[in-house]
Design a protein around this ligand. Structure first.
Ligand SMILES: C[S@@+](CC[C@H](N)C(=O)[O-])C[C@H]1O[C@@H](n2cnc3c(N)ncnc32)[C@H](O)[C@@H]1O
Length: 349
């Protein structure tokens, strides 16, 4: 036994535990408005912060010390807490490209679902999206929303051959597996002449998507409907799958259905979690540890709960995704953009 190696391993393990606890603290800080109060009110004591947010002073003091120990907030010798400009972007500014605080709800939901997920492992591996704790749905929206708001209309669609012009002139878009509609709202705002149709098989998500469209003032250009990825009506110039194709049981059948519902010259926009091909993904993708664990608890069980149950997982990589589209009869498949979180792909017939 190499004691130095044990110590090193334990250091890493405690780091993971600290990260999990810090994520919980971040989720709470956002939910209770603590970060926003620090931005709005400037540096302040726990007493002032709790008064501003209607929370318990003693608990806020303890939370604040944990946040300072984690390097998320500053605390001076007189017990005054402050948030840096950079931290405020990630923790308090909903519109910032790096706003991540609310996405922590995804992690929280998994702890709530521990028994159900363990039962899926002991059974046939299946657990459908709608069986999860409700925090998963909002957490997913907020995990992906910053990327859609910041890159979808400015970088991803412009990187696709011929699509921006079609949507600027009008055109029709299907957002399949639209969840809470974060991407549909961005598309409707960016292309006011286009018509956006959001579909998802999860009814509560569709209800929230309708609410989001109304809140954003684009309800006149978005329709949302409960429909499976092989059951939506109509034909479209652009059919999108935002971070959801890998969640589905039959990605080949679903891509084929999309091909049959594309207008002439139309494209599929496939946005998937970032991954590399092959085992290099495990060692060389800094997002892999996060995304494989999410895949093993959320995406793959959902896929296994559906017909075919291919279970390609959230870390399939571009090569595996291309084979799905080739099998579905697409002749062109190109990675047109990427970010640390997403791969962006255009597929055409
Ligand atoms: C990871 S979430 C992504 C949601 C949304 N596109 C986003 O990026 O925020 C996956 C979504 O796919 C939906 N979904 C999974 N399987 C589906 C299927 N077979 N048909 C339609 N929607 C499905 C789920 O209900 C869920 O809203």
């Amino acid at each position: 036994m190499d004691e130095a190696k044990v110590e090193q391993f334990m250091g890493g393990l405690i780091g993971h535990m600290t990260g999990a606890m810090a994520c919980f603290g971040i989720w709470l800080g956002d939910e209770l408005g603590l970060y926003r109060a620090l931005v709005d009110g400037g540096p302040q004591t726990a007493e002032a912060l709790s008064a501003a947010t209607g929370t318990n002073t003693r608990l806020v003091e303890e939370w604040g010390r944990g946040q300072a120990a984690a390097g998320l907030l500053q605390r001076d010798a007189s017990g005054v807490y402050a948030i840096t400009e950079e931290a405020a972007l990630a923790l308090a500014n909903e519109d910032a490209p790096v706003f991540l605080a609310r996405g922590m709800a995804v992690l929280g939901s998994l702890f709530c679902d521990f028994d159900k997920i363990a039962a899926a492992y002991r059974g046939n591996g299946a657990m459908s999206w709608g069986e999860h704790d409700q925090h998963l749905f909002g957490g997913t929206e907020w995990f992906f929303r910053p990327g859609y708001r910041n890159f979808l209309a400015t970088e991803w669609i412009p990187a696709m051959a011929g699509v921006a012009d079609t949507l600027t002139a009008g055109g029709s878009i299907a957002d399949v597996g639209c969840g809470h509609g974060a991407s549909a709202v961005v598309l409707a705002q960016a292309y006011p002449k286009a018509r956006v149709h959001g579909f998802d098989f999860h009814e509560p998500s569709i209800q929230t998507a309708a609410k989001r469209a109304a809140e954003a003032g684009v309800a006149d250009r978005i329709t949302v409907e409960v429909a499976s990825a092989v059951g939506y009506p109509g034909s479209y110039d652009l059919i999108c799958f935002f971070d959801c194709l890998h969640d589905m049981g039959d990605p080949v059948g679903i891509a084929r259905y999309a091909r049959e519902h594309l207008n002439a010259g139309g494209s599929v926009l496939l946005v998937e979690p970032f991954a590399l091909d092959g085992d290099a993904n495990i060692t060389e993708n800094p997002m892999a540890a996060l995304l494989y664990h999410a895949s093993a608890a959320i995406c793959t069980p959902n896929s296994l709960s559906q017909e075919v149950g291919l279970g390609i997982g959230a870390q399939a990589g571009p090569g595996r995704l291309q084979s799905v589209f080739t099998d579905a009869g697409f002749s062109q498949f190109e990675v047109v953009a990427s970010s640390p979180v997403n791969l962006v792909i255009q597929a055409r017939v």
